[in-house]
Structures are given as C-alpha cells and as structure tokens.
Write a protein that binds this ligand. Structure first.
Ligand code: ADE
Length: 234
C-alpha cells in the first residue's frame, strides 16, 4: 500500500514511519509512503496556507489553493482521500478493514478550524472522526487511522495476532499475564498454569464476555445479535 500524507508538519509523522513495525513493513516493501509538506504550496511571499473564515468566527481555515495544488501534485483525484475531522463519521475496525484493502490512501491533515469545504467537496472520499473529542492536530488523527489500517495488511503482523484481538469478532480482549507467576502478592489465575487448553480457552471467552458486558454493553448486544443468540446466554 502507498500512503500519502499532506501536512504542514511532516516531522510529526516522519519519526513514526521510521519506527518499529511500520519501519519493518516499509523495509519489507509492504508499505511505501510520501509525506507532502503543504507549506511550499502556500500563496504569496509567506507561502500562506490559512485564512480567517468567511462569515466570522474564531480560528483559521486551511485555504483551498495550496491544498488543491498539493493534492494535484500527487494526482489525488481518483485515489481514496481521507480527511480526519471531528465532524466525520466514526472510524472503527470495520472501516480500518475496508481501507486496508486499498492500493493507495491519501490523508489530508487539517489544523485550526479545518479546511475549506470546497476541497472536501472536490477531493475527499471519507471524512472520519477518531472519537468525540477535539484534537489540535490532524496529524495525530491521521496517524491513528494509519496505524489501525496498515497493521491489517497481509504479512505486516501475524494473522493469529489479528484473530484474537478486540473487535475482530466484536468482544473485548481477555486479560494477559506473563512471568513471574507471583508478582507483588498477586498471582496469575490458576487455570492459565494448568496446561489444559480447553479450560484456558473457555476461561478466556468468559473473561471477554464479562469485560465487554461491564465496559461496552453496546458491543455485547451487537455480538449476540450477530450470533443470532439471546442476550445474556453466556
Ligand atoms: N481532528 C481533530 N480532532 C479530531 C477527531 N476527533 N477525529 C478526527 N480528526 C480530528
């Protein structure tokens, strides 16, 4: 997959792209990326990229011409363009799955009060919100989406890790323990030391259901509905 990110602050993303699993995915040729600095596309002597909103109001809006020039420079028309914004539809694992099947994604990082609506109307396919709170940085929101998406690409991480994790089947994950078996007076649940794989699998499933019921009853209801079971059977 090719990732292109249009941003006023490429340095926010560059460290991430050179670290850990992402760095490995790039070295292995699974991911290519291009960080496009918006500043050189700005207008006038100061390469201005923002302006106050028509109609008044606080803050600044990213101007259309620099964004259009940056998008045209990477031939974004016809590619899947994502704009993270608190006004978008809620991003989730299902959308991450869908985006992970694209050959190429383009991200626009907003700042301040957002970007000119005409850029959204002309170029953007997906306006996505990563949660009901407002970040100062569209770069951080883009990174969240990129992180959730790229790890689903074949061979980036093991299929086994993906199968067992939260949201893969609609339940939260079971608790994990590693050595030592006794830590600070707290011991690991006996069942995990039993070597009985059937009992362990059963215990883990019960933990997932209990956790999901406690923390995300909305997910549990959807889980039972999707399994065609009665709520509360487990
Ligand atoms: N930009 C600022 N806040 C955001 C949010 N919650 N989701 C996506 N993009 C954002």
């Amino acid at each position: 997959m090719k990732l292109s990110v249009i941003t006023l602050f490429p340095e926010i993303l560059s460290g991430y792209m050179q670290t850990s699993i992402m760095a490995r995915a790039i070295a292995a040729g699974r991911i290519r990326y291009d960080l496009i600095n918006l500043r050189p596309f700005g207008t006038g002597r100061h390469r201005t990229c923002d302006d106050p909103p028509f109609g008044g109001g606080a803050g600044m809006v990213l101007k259309p011409e620099p964004l259009a020039a940056a998008l045209d420079s990477i031939k974004a028309s016809g590619k899947r363009v994502v704009y993270p914004t608190p006004s978008g539809r809620p991003f989730n694992q299902q959308i991450a799955q869908e985006l992970s099947r694209e050959q190429e994604l383009v991200f626009i990082c907003g700042r301040y009060e957002g970007i000119d609506q005409r850029i959204i109307d002309t170029y953007v396919d997906d306006e996505l919100s990563i949660g009901d709170y407002v970040l100062s940085s569209g770069e951080v929101a883009s990174l969240v989406i990129i992180d959730a998406v790229y790890r689903l690409i074949d061979e980036v991480i093991s299929a086994e890790s993906l199968e067992e994790e939260s949201f893969a089947d609609g339940l939260l994950e079971y608790p994990q323990y590693t050595r030592p078996a006794e830590y600070n007076g707290h011991s690991v649940p006996d069942v995990l030391l039993s070597g009985n794989h059937a009992r362990i699998a059963d215990w883990r499933h019960q933990q997932r259901v209990a956790r999901t019921r406690d923390r995300r009853p909305d997910l549990l209801a959807a889980y039972y509905q999707s399994k065609g079971e009665q709520h509360g059977r487990d």
